[in-house]
Design a binder for this molecule. Structure first.
Ligand code: GLC
Length: 414
């Protein structure tokens, strides 16, 4: 039994490493998340009035894409239509519940794709499969599925090359025939290189539901290593997370994760080769909340300081002997050690010792002879001893003046 070779689009997707998720729609105007219509039982007629106030007056696609770029994200997955059923794109007559028929009068997906193309970021489309707007979803499901396919066809034919489709909602009718083959065939016909992803929801993380699926999802979880041995296809993995407790804008949600937490989470994803898809929820007018922008910029600073080790380097069977969080990735003749829990050194009057240094620096499974090891942030060389596939590195503490949470050392193999 062997591990299948990934198709090119899947290998390319894995190399992107880090993406930005965006939840934005009519619901953003209420500032209470994207499920507000359902959770607060807002009558449909009432809810639909939100279209008449949707101006997108502060939606600057170029700015959002630049923030993603500064964060080190290589792709953006934007909600082209969420469960509320409102489309940010021109549905080309499928219905009028779309952005061109709102006061904004613009095709916001066009703006988004243009900005991504200009900045070299890959655009991906989130699309709901569950629909609270279209009555056919409950009354005539086959007819609804045709509407869904027609909607996806619009997205696949009017915006040039796209990175992929990210579906969400099949978990709402677990036993139903979603005619997935026909939906995915529509995508393959127009966008053969697009990634096809279908979120399995909170309770079914990491499951493959259809042979066309190119990546599994780990919504709000921790990705586990993929078991690819003997499988007919190599499937990527992606973990999506909120920064606070809402996907769509939560005006009163200040329960943000820390920058340190986000950095460690990004590392935990790359440890098993999964991508990290981190969400922002713009305001009703389309602006990124300051806190979210700041956290993203912090992640970008970390990625740059650590020598961009999160993109192409992959799991390589190196094991951290003390069972701690530390791990190594490989990219060609380079190994990258991700080291957690280092102290800061300095004068006792300013530097507070924070527990034990948990980085013993001992690894097994080293795939060759190591010539040298250096910190990516300072370029300082590290001393080490190697015995066969065993390695012991003398990881030094953070010098006063820096604390990167997770520090990355680059080793060169002979
Ligand atoms: C869940 C939610 C949805 C959100 C998605 C993101 O499926 O229903 O609102 O868009 O997670 O992963």
């Amino acid at each position: 039994m062997s591990i299948p070779i990934p198709e090119k689009r899947i290998a390319d997707f894995e190399n992107l490493g880090f993406g930005m998720f965006i939840h934005w729609g009519l619901y953003s105007q209420l500032g209470k998340g994207e499920w507000i219509q359902h959770i607060h039982n807002i009558p449909k007629e009432e809810y639909q009035k939100l279209q008449s106030t949707f101006t997108a007056s502060k939606f600057d696609a170029r700015h959002i894409v630049r923030v993603a770029k500064a964060a080190g994200a290589k792709y953006i997955t934007l909600t082209t239509r969420h469960h509320e059923g409102f489309s940010l794109y021109d549905t080309c007559g499928l219905n009028d519940y779309d952005a061109p028929h709102a006061p904004c009068g613009r095709d916001l997906i066009r703006e988004f794709v243009d900005a991504c193309n200009e900045e070299g970021i890959l655009p991906m489309f989130y699309h709901t499969t569950l629909d609270w707007y279209n009555p056919d979803f409950d009354d005539d499901f086959p007819k609804y599925l045709q509407y869904l396919r027609d909607s996806v066809e619009v997205l696949c034919t009017r915006y040039g090359k796209i990175g992929g489709l990210w579906f969400d909602g099949n978990w709402s009718k677990p036993g139903a025939d979603w005619e997935e083959d026909a939906l995915y065939a529509t995508i393959r016909k127009h966008q053969p290189e697009a990634m096809i992803i279908n979120n399995t929801g909170l309770s079914e993380r990491g499951y493959i539901t259809n042979p066309e699926i190119d990546s599994v999802t780990f919504e709000q979880g921790r990705p586990t290593p993929m078991d690819r041995e003997g499988h007919p296809k190599y499937v990527a993995a992606e973990m999506c997370h909120t920064m606070n407790n809402h996907w769509g804008f939560g005006a009163h949600d200040c329960n943000y994760k820390s920058l340190a937490h986000l950095i460690e989470t990004l590392c935990a994803c790359r440890k098993v080769g999964a991508n990290y898809l981190l969400n922002i929820g713009p305001t009703g007018e389309g602006e990124i909340p300051l806190m979210q922008e700041a956290l993203l910029r912090g992640i970008g600073d970390w990625i740059r300081a650590t020598g961009n080790a999160i993109y192409k380097a992959k799991p390589c069977g190196v094991i951290c002997d003390d069972g701690g969080k530390d791990f190594a990735l490989r990219d060609g003749n380079k190994l990258y050690f991700f080291v957690h829990g280092l102290h800061i050194t300095g004068d006792g009057n300013v530097v507070v010792e924070r527990g034990e240094n948990n980085s013993a620096g001992c690894f097994t499974g080293i795939p060759g002879t190591i010539k040298s090891i250096r910190w990516t942030d300072t370029d300082h060389k590290l001393s080490f001893t190697q015995n066969g596939d065993k390695l012991s590195v003398n990881f030094t503490h953070f010098p006063y003046g820096s604390d990167l949470v997770v520090r990355v050392a680059e080793a060169e193999l002979a």
